[in-house]
Every structure is written in C-alpha cells, then in structure tokens.
Design a protein around this ligand. Sequence first.
Ligand code: NAD
Length: 476
Amino acid sequence: MLMHIGGKEYEGGEGHWIEVKNPATGELVDRVPAGTKEDVSAAVDAAEAAFRLWGKKSMRERGIILFHAAHIVRDQHRDLARLLTLEQGKPIRESVDEIRGFANILEFYAGISAHSSGDVIRLGSAGDCMVIRESFGVCGAIIPWNMPVLIMGWKVGPALLAGNTLVLKPASATPLTSLKLAGILDSAGLLPGVLNVVTGSGESVGEAIVKHPVIRKLSFTGDCATGTKIRALAGAHCKDLTLELGGSDPMIVMPDASIEKAVEGAIRGRFYNAGQTCTAVKRLYVHEKISSLFIQKLKERIDAITVGNGLGSRIDMGPMNNAAQRDTISQLVEETRENKEGTILTGGSSLKGTAYEHGYFYRPTLVSNVVPGSGLVSREVFGPVLPVMTFPDLDTAINEANNTRYGLGASIWTKDLATTKRVFDEVRAGIIWVNRHLTVPPEVPFGGVNESGVGRENGQHALDNYSRTKTLFLGW
Ligand code: NAD
C-alpha cells in the first residue's frame, strides 16, 4: 500500500519499503514506503493548502462529512476488521469492536458539531469582548500499534471537526488499516489534503512531523520515553502538545465486591488485546479476606483462555504484535522467576507447537506474591501478564495504587459508597472506574496524570484541545 498525501496515493520513500508481517504467522501482509522528511514536507504542503478551504467550512458541514464517513466504515467493517487482525494480531471480534469504535467517535463528533460556541465578556465602559475558538491549522498526529484504529479516531475526529487539517503517522507495524481509513474519509467528502498519512519510522517521519515549523499542534500516543523526547523537541518551538503515554493501572477488589464480576473484569482488563492496552489492569490488589478464593477462580478462568491466530474462530487472545514486545515480556517474567520476586501460578512462557511456531504468542500468565518494587509492578507491563497482590485495608491499597510514576486509570470494585469516594479522591489517575475497567466511550475525557501524559482526548475536551481561543476586544 502507498502513503496517502493530498487525497492521492503517494509513493515517496526513495524506493525503501517497510514490510508489514502477520504477528500470528510471520507472513508478509503488505509493504509500505519508508517515508522521509521530504514526504512529511509534501504532506504538510498538501494539508496547508487544504486548510484554506476546510478551515472556512462551518462545523456543521464538517460534521456531516464525518457522519458520512462513519456510515461507510460501518458498511465495510468486516473487511477493515480482517485487515486490522492481519497486521495487529488481535482476535477478529476485538478488531470489529475497534472499527465500530472508530465509527462511534466520528459520529460523536458529528453530533456535537451543532454546539460550537464561544463567550461574550462584558466589561462595562471598558468595552465588550467576543471570544471564539479557532483551529490551529495543520496538526500532527503520531500513533502506536496497539490500538491503531481507535487512537487514529481519537485524533482525527476532534482535529478535523475543529477545522484543522492533519498529517498522521501510524506505527510501522500497523499502517494498513489507517491508510484504508484515510481513503474512506476522503471518499466521504474530505477535501484532498485534509487528512494525510505518512508511513515510516519514528526517527525519520515522526521527528520530521514534530519539528516541522508549520505544525503548531501535536498529538502523540505511545511510550513514555518517546513522549519525553517529543516534549523536549516540541517545547523548543513552543508547540501545543497532547501526550497520551504509558500506564500501570491498579485494580482494587474489596471484600464486598462481586467476585464473579471482578474476576471477569480482571480477565478482560488484563488480557484484552493480549494485554497491550494502555489502560489495561496492570496491578491487581485483592483484599486478604477474599484473596485465596479470588486467585483460585482467576487462575481457572485464565487457564480457560484460548490463544491462537486472531482470524480463527473462538479465539480469546491473539499473539502479541511484535517479537520485541514478546521478548520484553518474556525477559521480565524470567527475571521475576530467577530473582524469586513472585510465584508464577500459570503461564510464564511462549506458546509452543506448530500452530504457534512463527507467531509472537505468549501464554496468559498469573503471578502472585509479587515483591514490592519488582519489575512486574514498577514498570509498564505491556503484555498478558497479571501480577496479583493482597492487602489488609483500604489505606494500604490506596498507598500501593499510588506507588507508581504513572496515573492513567484505576478501578475500585466494591458496593460501598464511602470506599468509592475515598478512592476517587485519593488515587491519582485521569479516570477512576467503579466495578468496571478499560471502557472509554467517545463521550468520556481520557488522559493521564503524572508521567502518563498531558491533555485529554475524547469528548468536548478534545475539541477544545484542537482549538485555541481568540478574542475580539471592542472598546466602544
Ligand atoms: P512508541 O513510543 O515506540 O511508538 C509510538 C509511535 O511513535 C510510533 O508511530 C513510532 O513510530 C513513533 N515514534 C517512535 N520514536 C519517535 C520519535 N523519536 N519521534 C517521533 N515519533 C516517534 O510506542 P509503542 O511501542 O508503539 O506503543 C506502546 C506504548 O504506547 C505503551 O507505553 C502504551 O502504554 C502507550 N499507549 C498509550 C495510550 C494512551 O492513550 N495513554 C494508548 C495506547 C498506547
């Protein structure tokens, strides 16, 4: 597949290509150009030209196009989901969820397009001010491989509705569905150049987007270390920045919680997308009073997870997306084993056998008695490994939950209102779920505190993040 620049296929890349492999089989799915900074410049030129017309459309006109695009995406969701599973590895059911999630986001922003508003500030004899929100112009978006479609939606929906045009870089492992979606958005009526997708590495294409002088607003989702680098580069040019980075979400289970629901919450929270989700349950804290029964049920449930090629039927969990990620997880579990920092109750190895030979499969893993400070709880574990710890009282659980550099999400499982209120007030995170984990519909603002990032995506908040105020001061 070629890049998507100025509403057209674009080869660029100076003849160099990136191979996209199926994580379940290692087979070649397709290849895309390894873009260069000249390709980024071509995309920015196209986006700047398109902004002159796109920025002048009303929000309602832009919303109608997003709505139309959502309709086409829904129509084509089967083909799109298949392509997503081929490049990302997740089970087809999860890919369908993600494609529908993309359509939901576009529809949500189309729906709020009627509510664009501003302020009037009356200053008596000094005059009156009219405050409007204006778009930035050309924005840059850089996305990871774990949820490439949903995260693309989080950026495309609000950025375009607010009147910006976009240069977007997908991860090298998962560029294909993003390219298809860009074509669909154009066919729904975007002006050529409103949405451009440049493929290539972080070092060449990513950094060229961050440094390009025309791009004044950047949104990045990915690893903390990359985010820190981007922040320094963007800060040097005073660019507006949204950063959605890593997380190590705690899930706290109190003795009054429904054990069945909490076990299911932990299973979905940790093993969805093979554990490669920023707000996955990465640290599970269970009250001592219920811990032995809870851990027994959890282990039984984990042992029942079927792992295989995401295109297969009745597959609960696919492979991890890439070898590097699988090896990082494997090494972390080995270190835990060697240093006696936890007890591996199930899993703890790659899957063996001919069906798994060339894929990046790792067994769903449960580790108990995890020593505080061990890599499994101090680092972001981006794979299907669940560390479970016990606690004697809520104070201890809250302290442990906050014992992290991250602060994306957290959940409390209880029926008690006072417990809920304490966790909501005292746990430092962008979102606190009660008797749930992971769900983030488009209406709900999403983003982290501490090293999990700055700014918010989703909801009205993202629309505000993709625009800035401009004031007309009338001194009568
Ligand atoms: P990554 O930081 O390695 O890559 C993300 C994107 O940045 C890719 O497109 C990559 O090519 C690009 N990139 C890499 N180096 C760059 C550079 N120097 N300049 C510009 N761009 C560069 O992250 P990843 O491994 O693809 O994704 C996994 C991480 O993403 C995890 O830490 C996860 O928690 C995080 N994540 C966060 C959220 C959230 O919303 N908070 C959502 C999903 C994933």
